[in-house]
Ligand binder design. Structure first.
Ligand SMILES: O=C(O)C1=C[C@@H](OP(=O)(O)O)[C@@H](O)[C@H](O)C1
Ligand SMILES: C=C(OP(=O)(O)O)C(=O)O
Length: 426
């Protein structure tokens, strides 16, 4: 296995699974759970511990942002201790390419007494944020700018109250306002007005975690969420494995005709990645809960799939790679919003899958993929961790796939390339 300190080659020859892969894997923690837990800990009424925190680019950026605001985040071990501190003084926040940092931190930065400046990677400046900045202005926060880079001029408190947002581009707009809302003088009353909100499981995750912190959330009406003002109780969290990052590993069982078990798959979860159970079963895999976790066994045949991924758009790159290897046509629908993810994922997948021989039709809000013989070549990843996941799945099944910038997987998975090679046994 590659040592964690060795940088993988670029482009990286994706290991080919010459035989069925039979493995049990332990995955790092969930990005979405870790970054919510860190943020809630930083605005809570006392210190708390985030156990089995994910250590990756997105989560260390969140820890750095909260530290810059005034919290103390001890990231030394696997369990991270967060001690809230007064949000005071000017600060700079690097969002990298982390949607959770760019969307979740500004609403709490409004509670600071300083000016908090935000910037990030070149592509981050293109990801949608205007709705949150507009909402914050409505709620009484002074904001400079309309997109990254922007600054929040905190006054030490936020009035809060009613606000209408169009969250059709990202569920994170809603989550962001809810996470901070209890700390606003009037709480928040957020209404969505627009095309359907994507990634609803992620809003459910936000609501569930807020309730664990003793925050009341009224989500009884569709497209409306109300959080009254109140304390955020300090609570320790144990972070579940990242089920979205399970996608390439479970896909490996499907493409190699082997069997892969992901350890500690939760019995119940708000993670969107749990939908992989149904998706992979529909594509012909055997999916079963076993004592160690979740086991997926490939049948040697991959069926095509017609599926709406609106709720679980982040699974698209891995699913699209499987579709390119399937024996019948597939249609992936309801995912126009993923054009605003780490890259325009619909365009990127259409380009890169086609470059390897796939028959792909790009739609405004989806992809159609027909069976076609694939060949090797360089798969560009556009600094998108999940494009790299798509590339390695293809590379497991097709000779000569080279993954450009596989290190981009570090956004949510430390040493992904080493773990992947170790599993295939190169
Ligand atoms: O709140 C979260 O943790 C996330 C919400 C989703 O974002 P979108 O609603 O923008 O798709 C998801 O795709 C992203 O990976 C993580
Ligand atoms: C969309 C994603 O990330 P982000 O949290 O940066 O929006 C993702 O991880 O697929």
């Amino acid at each position: 296995m590659t040592a964690a300190t060795d940088a993988p080659a670029d482009p990286w020859p994706a290991p080919r699974a010459a035989h069925p892969v039979d493995a049990v894997v332990t995955l790092p923690g969930s990005k979405s759970l870790t970054n919510r837990a860190l943020l809630l800990a930083a605005i809570a009424d006392g210190p708390s511990v985030v156990r089995r925190a994910l250590r990756s680019r997105d989560t260390t950026l969140m820890a750095a942002a909260l530290t810059a605001l005034g919290s103390t985040v001890d990231t030394a071990g696997d369990d991270w201790t967060v001690t809230p501190g007064a949000f005071a003084g000017d600060a700079r926040v690097d969002c990298g390419l982390a949607g959770t940092v760019m969307r979740f931190v500004p609403p709490v930065a409004g509670l600071s007494t300083g000016t908090v400046s935000f910037d990030g990677d070149p592509h981050m400046r293109k990801r949608p944020i205007g709705e949150i900045l507009g909402a914050l202005r409505t709620l009484g926060v002074e904001v400079d700018g309309e997109a990254l880079p922007f600054a929040i001029r905190g006054s030490g408190s936020v009035r809060g109250g009613k606000v209408v947002v169009d969250a059709s581009a990202s569920s994170q707009f809603i989550s962001a306002l809810l996470l901070a809302g209890a700390r606003y003088d009037e709480g928040v009353d957020v209404r969505h007005d627009g095309k359907p909100v994507p990634s609803l499981p992620h809003i459910d995750m936000t609501v569930a975690m807020l309730r664990e912190h003793g925050v009341q959330v009224d989500d009884a009406d569709a497209n409306r969420w109300r959080v009254p003002p109140g304390a955020v109780r300090a609570v320790d969290h144990v972070i579940e494995p990242d089920l979205s990052n399970a996608a390439p590993f479970l896909a490996l069982a499907a493409v190699s005709g082997g069997s892969v078990t992901v350890r500690d798959w939760p019995r119940s979860t708000t993670q969107a990645g749990d939908a992989l159970r149904e998706i992979l079963a529909t594509m012909g895999c055997e999916v079963e809960r076993v004592e160690e976790g979740l086991r997926v066994t490939g049948s040697g045949t991959l069926l095509g799939i017609d599926v709406d991924l609106h709720d679980v758009g982040e699974l698209t790159p891995a699913v699209a790679a499987l579709c390119a290897l399937a024996e019948a046509p597939s249609h992936l629908r309801g995912i126009g919003h993923i054009r605003g993810h780490e890259t325009d994922r619909i365009a990127a997948l259409a380009t890169e899958l086609s470059a390897l021989g796939a028959e792909v039709t790009e739609h405004a809000d989806g992809l159609s993929i027909e069976p076609a013989p694939l060949h090797g070549g360089v798969f560009h990843t556009y600094a998108d961790h999940r494009m790299a996941h798509a590339a390695v799945i293809l590379g497991a099944a097709v000779d000569g796939v080279l993954v450009e910038n596989v290190a981009t997987t570090g956004k949510t998975f430390p040493d992904f390339a080493g773990t992947w090679s170790g599993l295939i046994g190169r």
